[in-house]
Design a protein around this ligand. Structure first.
Ligand code: DSN
Length: 432
């Protein structure tokens, strides 16, 4: 970063401060991770200069011979990683990938059935403040009050009642795995498309640590920066390509096309312009890393750490939504401790522990206050934390939550957080 420090010391200083924050805090936001040095390097290259609207071999600009190879490499690695027939690596984000899916399969006013945001769903799955809820008619299924889990009989009842054009699966705060076959059966019964947004769990799925939606869903979207540990971005996949059985037609020609053709044109020119070739290069690096055998061990450890953390919380009389976890995250319901998510998040932040406040199902607080916190293990597992370290993570969280307004307490915890982080080095400050 020598040139940046020289040319723009103010900006370089902020980047350095953020690097230090990441190095010396407990990063427990379930949707975050630490990309490798190689992945970050790929993003800081001259590929950012290149316009490459279109796809490899079919671009609207000259000079694309090398970025074609970059995009092909990313596609081939992603296909291998997820055993998918087809992928599109151009979406700039998860929301952009999801927008392309809507554009491909839905007309304005069509009905979507998705998991309620207040029960762990995602903004782009029909929330009234998001384009998905504004443009389409959004209906929701939820989790059960007593179990915190989705009841597939209720999903079936709801699907029969609202007759959706598309059913979405996927969540941002659901600690359990999904029964994809049950969703498929329901989608087939009501004649709906089935779309899985695996943004949170893609890395676990790639490593065989959760049920695999690829061959069961019509289309799958993901981000590339969460459990997948790549650069910030999105991707769309089709497990089994072929003529789409519900007869989606290409918007201009009216011809029935394969899933892949419909989706490619929904990304470009449908909803995006030039792809971010530097980010696509970084995706290729991350997919290459995920194809190595130590990625499977990493994902197993992510799950072991989450399970261990869940046990620590339940053994100390905290309530967890659904009582535990199958994946990389837990959702702590703080009502029995007399705390809100907002108070907990702010106190933990002052102690160097980063989590996010989160609604719990049937929450009585507003989204700005909430009754819960969401905690994920992917990032700290990347820096080498195992179960022993997660015991310490729990102890320090518990110490904060017992006295969230005691500044001395928070300062003492922050010192211990930094000590433990120092034993597991992350980014070399000399390189940034
Ligand atoms: N913002 C992401 C999360 O935290 O889960 C979802 O897009």
């Amino acid at each position: 970063m020598d040139e940046l420090i020289h040319q723009d010391p103010e900006l370089a200083g902020y980047i350095r401060q953020e690097t230090e924050r990441q190095n010396f805090n407990f990063e427990l936001i379930a949707s975050e991770n630490f990309a490798s040095r190689a992945t970050i390097e790929a993003m800081g290259t001259v590929l950012t200069n290149k316009y490459a609207e279109g796809y490899p071999g079919k671009r609207y600009y000259g000079g694309c011979e090398f970025v074609d190879k970059v995009e092909e490499l990313a596609r081939e690695r992603a296909k291998k990683l997820f055993k998918a027939d087809w992928v599109n690596v151009q979406p700039h984000s998860g929301a952009s990938a999801n927008a392309a899916v809507y554009l491909a399969f839905m007309n304005p006013g069509d009905t979507l059935l998705g998991l309620d945001l207040a029960h762990g769903g995602h903004l782009t799955h029909g929330s009234p403040v998001n384009f998905s809820g504004i443009t389409y008619k959004a209906e929701f299924y939820g989790v059960e009050k007593d179990t915190g889990r989705i009841d597939m009989n209720k999903v079936r009842e709801k699907a029969k009642e609202v007759n959706p054009k598309m059913i979405s699966i996927g969540a941002s705060a659901y600690p359990r795995d999904f029964d994809y076959q049950a969703f498929r059966d329901i989608a087939d019964e009501v004649g709906a498309f089935l779309w899985m947004d695996m943004a949170h769990t893609a890395g676990l799925i790639a490593a065989g640590q959760l049920n695999d939606p690829l061959m069961i869903s019509d289309v799958v979207t993901t981000t590339t920066h969460k459990t997948l540990r790549g650069p910030r971005g999105g991707m769309i996949l089709v497990g089994k390509d072929g003529e789409n059985k519900l007869g989606v037609t290409a918007r201009k020609s009216g011809r029935v096309k394969n899933w892949s053709e419909v989706l490619d044109s929904a990304v470009f020119p449908g909803s995006q312009g030039g792809p971010l070739m530097h980010v696509i290069a970084a995706k290729a690096v991350a997919f290459g890393e995920a194809l190595k055998s130590d990625f499977i061990e990493y994902q197993k450890q992510v799950k072991r750490n989450a399970k261990h953390l869940a046990e620590e919380f339940t053994n100390h009389e905290y309530d967890l939504v659904s009582g535990g976890t199958d994946n990389h995250l837990i959702l702590v319901d703080l009502r029995s401790k007399g705390l809100t998510g907002k108070v907990a998040e702010e106190a933990l932040d002052r102690a160097g522990i980063t989590v996010n406040k989160n609604m719990v199902p049937f929450d009585t607080e507003s989204p700005f206050v909430t009754s819960g916190i969401r905690i994920g293990t992917p990032a700290l597992t990347t820096r080498g934390f195992g179960e022993a370290e997660f015991t310490k993570v729990f102890e320090l969280i518990d110490t904060v939550l017992k006295n969230p307004t005691d500044e001395q307490n928070l300062t003492a915890v922050k010192v211990q957080v930094k000590e433990l982080c120092t034993q597991f080095p992350l980014y070399d400050l000399e390189q940034v």
